[in-house]
Design a protein around this ligand. Structure first.
Ligand SMILES: [Zn+2]
Length: 457
């Protein structure tokens, strides 16, 4: 099916991979993806896509639309990198790359290139049928910045019939895994400085408060849902001098649970622990929300459609060189006995597995509350590669990752074209979404919280 459209992807393979490679080179951090975003925009503009910039008042967010009218289909693209993951490409040892501290440790550069390729194929389909439209959503700051949540708060995704996205993975399969809702809150304690030896009775320690809060939170763990999670990082210890009572200290909490409502209830309990710690130490505490994500809604008919399309697209076959590179990389990874026996790369499209609980969160969830959304797992990585690792950055420009990205373009495009062509299928998808998005979307980030966009350098 869709041979002509998928041939467009093959003809543009070099261009798709060169976009990914350039974004890998740029390795721009969340909300700072100025050049990566501009590159995607200009390539899409050359193809006749209409660009809207500065979407949701985020300088690196954009939309690119081709065609008009219904069905209105969407594709997501990400392009942000991670800090402290500088690494050279195509080597099998940790070797930081000169000139940058950042690296694409989650493959969002491939995500950008692959989604661009998918947009080209869908454009060819719209040209052939004269029907419908496709929008590529340029989504910044997935890595902890909640870019899509801020976009969802401004209703960017509401007007779309269905969205197909993808993410680099170790397998080929439509995603069935749900994700947890979360909230990130800073608890800042204010105390009173004093000579820790000479006049400790005059001091009130903010660091003591942080310590007691963490003890309280650790006791809370036994009395919360098994599926909930609490993580923290002390981000201000109040200074380096042990002979001064710490007058300030700050701890960042990430609280996760199955739904946003569960997160709200758990967060209230953590708030009370913070207040208790402040009371015990005669300090004051203020809580500031940084970001929050909803839980992911998954749509069975979209998963099934994608599976049917994916199993007809040949999965890339690694060359001997690619296998040798993959094997050498695997020598550097802590593999389980089972992983050691497994193939180096994924070899087939997997039947969508029944959803298992999962401890992570994604800002694609907030898209999924506004419009039926599917994410495809595409096997760009050597199996066993840890996420956000130097090994992942090192594979980011590998020839196998390039081939898998071209596969991603085809898989996303084929799924979208099938949905566009079959109104009954789309109606079923929308009905499944309506059933699951009970109560409608409530953005979990309070209105007065703005995206944490750093000053442009
Ligand atoms: Zn990612």
């Amino acid at each position: 099916m869709y041979e002509k459209e998928l041939a467009v992807v093959d003809r543009n393979a070099a261009r798709i991979n060169s976009i990914s490679d350039k974004i890998w080179d740029l390795a721009e951090l969340p909300y700072c993806e100025y050049e990566s975003s501009a590159l995607l925009q200009s390539e899409l503009e050359k193809e006749g896509f209409k660009i809207t910039r500065n979407v949701a008042d985020i300088p690196t967010a954009f939309t690119a639309t081709y065609g008009s009218g219904s069905p209105k289909m969407g594709i997501l693209a990400e392009f942000d990198a991670l800090p402290d993951l500088s690494q050279e490409a195509n080597v099998t040892e940790p070797r930081p790359r000169a000139g940058t501290n950042n690296g694409h440790g989650c493959g969002h550069h491939l995500f950008a290139g692959g989604s661009f390729g998918a947009a080209l194929a869908v454009k060819a389909h719209i040209d052939a049928t004269g029907k419908g439209s496709v929008t590529l959503f340029g989504c910044p700051a997935e890595e902890g910045g909640a870019g899509k949540v801020f976009m969802a708060r401004k209703h960017v995704f509401n007007d779309t019939d269905a969205i197909v996205s993808w993410h680099p993975e170790k397998m080929y399969m439509p995603r069935t895994r749900p994700s947890l809702a979360n909230i990130m809150v800073d608890y800042a304690f204010k105390g009173l400085a004093a000579h820790a030896g000479g006049s400790p009775q005059k001091g009130r320690s903010a660091l003591d408060a942080v310590t007691l809060m963490n003890v309280g939170a650790n006791f809370l763990r036994e009395h919360m849902d098994l599926t909930s999670r609490i993580h923290y990082a002390v981000i201000d210890t109040g200074g380096e001098a042990p002979n001064i009572v710490q007058s300030h200290a700050k701890v960042r909490y990430l609280i996760r649970a199955v739904t946003s409502e569960d997160v709200r209830i758990l967060r209230e309990r953590v708030d009370r622990i913070a207040q208790g710690a402040a009371m015990m130490t005669d300090t004051e505490v203020t809580a500031t929300v940084l970001t929050a994500y909803s839980n992911l809604i998954t749509i069975p008919t979209l998963q099934q459609t994608a599976y049917e399309m994916m199993k007809d697209i040949p999965v890339p076959v690694p060359t001997e060189d690619e296998l040798a590179f993959g094997r050498a990389l695997r020598e550097t990874m802590p593999l389980t006995a089972e992983e050691k026996k497994d193939s180096v790369y994924a070899t087939e499209v997997l039947v969508p597995a029944p959803p298992k609980p999962h401890g992570g969160s994604t800002d694609t969830s907030d898209v999924s509350w506004n419009c039926p959304t599917l994410q495809l797992h595409i096997g760009t990585w050597v199996k066993g590669t840890p996420g956000h690792s130097w090994q992942m950055v090192a594979q980011g420009k590998s020839s196998y990752a390039h081939k898998a990205t071209v596969y991603a373009s085809k898989a996303v495009a084929a799924t979208i074209m099938r949905v566009m062509d079959e109104p009954e299928r789309l109606a079923k998808i929308k009905a499944e979404h309506a059933e699951r998005a009970v109560g409608g979307y409530v953005c979990p980030i309070p209105d007065d919280i703005q995206p944490p966009i750093p000053e442009r350098k």
